[in-house]
Write a protein that binds this ligand. Sequence first.
Ligand code: G16
Length: 547
Amino acid sequence: MIIDTAIATIATTPFDGQKPGTSGLRKKVKVFAQPHYAENFIQSVFDCVERDEGATLVIGGDGRYLNRQVIQTAIRMAAANGYGRVLVGQGGILSTPAASHVIRQYGASGGLVLSASHNPGGPDEDFGIKYNIANGGPAPESVTEAIYIRTTAIDSYLTVATPDVDLDTIGETDVAGMAVQVIDPVADYAALMERLFDFAAIRAAVAGGLTMTFDAMHAVTGPYAHEILERRLGFAPGTVKNGVPLEDFGGHHPDPNMVHAADLFATMFGDDAPDFGAASDGDGDRNLIVGRGIFVTPSDSLAMLAANAHLAPAYAGGLKGIARSMPTSAAADRVAAALNIPAFETPTGWKFFGNLLDAGMCTICGEESAGTGSDHVREKDGLWAVLLWLNILAVRGQSVAQIAAEHWARFGRNYYARHDYEALPTEAANALMADLTASLEALPGRAFGPLVVEAADSFAYTDPVDGSLSANQGLRVLFEGGSRIVFRLSGTGTEGATLRVYLERYEPESGDLAAQTSDMLADLIAAADAIAGITRHTGRSQPSVIT
Ligand code: G16
């Protein structure tokens, strides 16, 4: 067959709203499937990002509906845009942390990660494209802003007329002079995990009776979890549930929280629960940690992992610092203080950790949104968190509940919850935030029930490495005694607006460390409505999801 490999320039016109959010461009599949929509965005990426002629590009996704189609489009466009090599995961699969690792390991100039993370998939659901830079991390705001500006003026894109690449067979093919290498999506990542953690200790604990259950939610971590947990660590076959990635995640939201991973919670709080339970999300970067009869909040998990990280070989030499996003509880700060290392508070979005990690200023990072990770890659990493927990459980020989109780007895406990109000009319959500912003100045000194406001502000962050300023990153109301409420609009939704209300109360070592979170936060929940007029603005008296 003779293939015309001439580069074609296709005329196009801009689409409104191709502005990347907290983590890439996320839209409904029907939006992405419009002619030229994905092409416009991909060309805008190629036009803006740093790369040499003949550079390597990594492409992979979480296997959701449209994944294979957009990968074929991206491969053709990469060939037409002067890339020399594309590395793509077999079956179009690469978890987000695995993509980050592959970019770093093979010296790629960057990667396209096709995912809408924990958002549902299928013809009527969500799709997304994110660009990661050469350090393996999400493109910083300066790059995503340049890409967005380019999308508003784009008038053509480049492609080649070549047949689809066989994504299911490992090996190399040529696409218009560019090499396309289909790689095993699991192998490099699994080898990295073996280097970081004491697999022998975990295997010994498993042989000694340590049990777990892992819910892959029919998302990307299934193949990784089968290989690492069952084959390499020896957990019994069947430990990994829902391990086959499906285009629609079996009709569920691949969001590891109490609502969408309800089966896991039922198992872990039921009779005969295993020692440890975990889940990951659509693209494998989030994690949910549940011990037998105990849920560990992501904020607490970050703090407990940081406090015990020295038990894993990779972190035996100590941590350089700990970073958390602003809405994440301050539990990790207390660990940093005890370890005498710096603590950083960044805006929401993993991209804000990249500079700190590259500069060697911190080792472990985490977010309340179920993300934890370290300097081994530049993304949060769901299985990494699971393996660090397993490493700690194996070395300490204690239950999750014992480890948590000892942690709180030493550091005190940050009771914490996030209330999400999803799919709100955008105008109502914007009005709530505007009114609240206007009232911030008058809040200090006012009492809401037993709570007295000490300070209130709109969070802004100056990156200590490059000096860039990110303003309007959430509204904070801080109370006397260390409790606080944070209000933010989500940057990852695809339907209306989502209001996130983050509630935190600190209870010192001598306080009540074993209370119900909802009881401990009751005054804050009432104050949140009084301060922001949630019910008045939105008509909602209850959040859609509590995490
Ligand atoms: C993304 C970002 C995270 C962020 C989360 C929630 O996670 O990578 O840094 O915390 O969204 O963001 P928001 O509160 O704006 O919805 P993921 O797992 O969706 O890629």
